[in-house]
Design a protein around this ligand. Structure first.
Ligand code: COA
Ligand code: ZN
Length: 325
């Protein structure tokens, strides 16, 4: 019998970022047809959104140099939003040309990280992204803005929440549909997450709000739960727990999709995601990237994947019962 402890069926949206945030960090190039097959499998699992790739400079992110082909050739499942990261107008043109459903723009609320990652001041980034928003609006493609380092910068330390609120407001004023608050290097902790999620929810009740956590310090799931309790219902997560920004020192994997889905399902939340399909996709990763993934569910199995009793169990039981007579 399945006991619903607390989720009471509340709908949560899980967004896969492994094929972008995950693969961008991998040394081994995953062949284009394997990327497409992986995304096609993920499309069958019930995820709300898949960040397919990034239309960045192929010199900066060679792992995703096949963005156009992947975006064009995946088999799209109705109801799944196929998004892609876009750093500038050139990337937006490529993404729109490839029929991307949504453009995911990125800038950092940390001045230092923005320079390291995007080679621009934050003002320059904003001006460039404002042009991207206009291009997307002309093409009638929705825009999400991902703000990096909202919960801390690996080079600057704490970032004043007012920075996030200020930059996010400027994008909302441009008419973007969604905002993602990113914990780029796993610096977020639950009480901080609760405060920032509550502030964002209150300020922009109409925007699609996503939380993007990395599990760098083991606080990923705790942060997801804290965000749910303060009104968030959309989470980025990465198959196998891959991921990390190449321009953020110490970055490591996102929260792992199958770990998050597994935990949320036990708690009675409705993620819409089928664990068997997700796990089958995750088990393909080691062959594609050349190493194991951090996924605890792949290692340990699901909570009720039971193990056989030890071989001498019957003999042990008989001895124990004999003693109690
Ligand atoms: N798509 C394809 N090529 C691009 C591009 C894009 N979106 N943006 C820039 N380029 C190319 C330019 O054509 C130029 O090529 P060339 O050297 O052959 O002439 C080269 O990249 C440099 O262009 P420039 O405008 O000087 O940009 P830059 O070197 O300052 O790079 C970024 C800026 C942000 C576009 C680039 O650093 C980048 O894509 N970084 C990746 C950021 C990222 O994904 N980080 C991790 C995720 S948060
Ligand atoms: Zn990330």
């Amino acid at each position: 019998m399945n006991t619903v402890w607390q989720g009471q069926g509340r709908r949560l949206h899980i967004q896969e970022v492994g094929t972008r945030d995950g693969l961008q960090m991998e040394a081994q190039f995953v062949p284009t047809e394997d990327k497409i097959a992986l995304i096609n499998q993920l499309s069958q699992s019930g995820l709300a959104k898949i960040e397919v790739t990034s239309f960045t400079s192929p010199k900066a992110i060679p792992a995703l140099r096949d963005a156009e082909v992947v975006m064009r050739e995946i088999a799209r499942q109705p109801g799944v939003v196929y998004t892609a990261l876009v750093p500038n107008v050139r990337g937006a043109e490529r993404a729109i040309e490839s029929k991307t459903d949504e453009l995911n723009l990125v800038m950092s609320v940390s001045a230092t990280h923005n320079l390291a990652n995007l080679r621009m001041t934050r003002e320059q980034s904003f001006d460039g992204l404002a042009q991207v928003v206009r291009a997307a609006q002309q093409a009638q493609v929705p825009v999400n803005v991902s703000l990096s380092c909202v919960f801390g910068c690996p080079m600057e330390g704490d970032v004043d929440p007012a920075e996030m609120l200020g930059w996010a407001q400027r994008f909302i004023d441009l008419g973007v549909q969604g905002l993602t608050l990113c914990d780029t290097t796993g610096m977020a902790y639950p009480t901080q997450v609760a405060g920032i999620t509550r502030a964002a929810r209150q300020r922009w009740p109409g925007a699609e709000l996503t939380l993007h956590f990395h599990n760098t310090r083991g606080m990923g799931l705790a942060n997801v739960l804290a965000a749910i309790d303060t009104g968030a219902d959309r989470f980025d997560a990465s198959l196998g727990g891959l991921g990390g920004c190449p321009y953020a020192p110490g970055a490591s994997g996102n929260v792992c999709t199958e770990e998050i889905v597994h935990a949320l399902a036990l708690m009675g939340y409705d993620t819409g995601v089928d664990m068997a399909t997700l796990l089958a996709a995750s088990r393909r990763l080691p062959a594609l990237i050349g190493h194991e993934t951090p996924s605890q569910i792949v290692k340990a199995g699901q909570r009720l994947d039971l193990h056989p009793v030890p071989e001498d169990f019957d003999a042990v039981r008989e001895r124990a019962l004999a003693r109690s007579i």
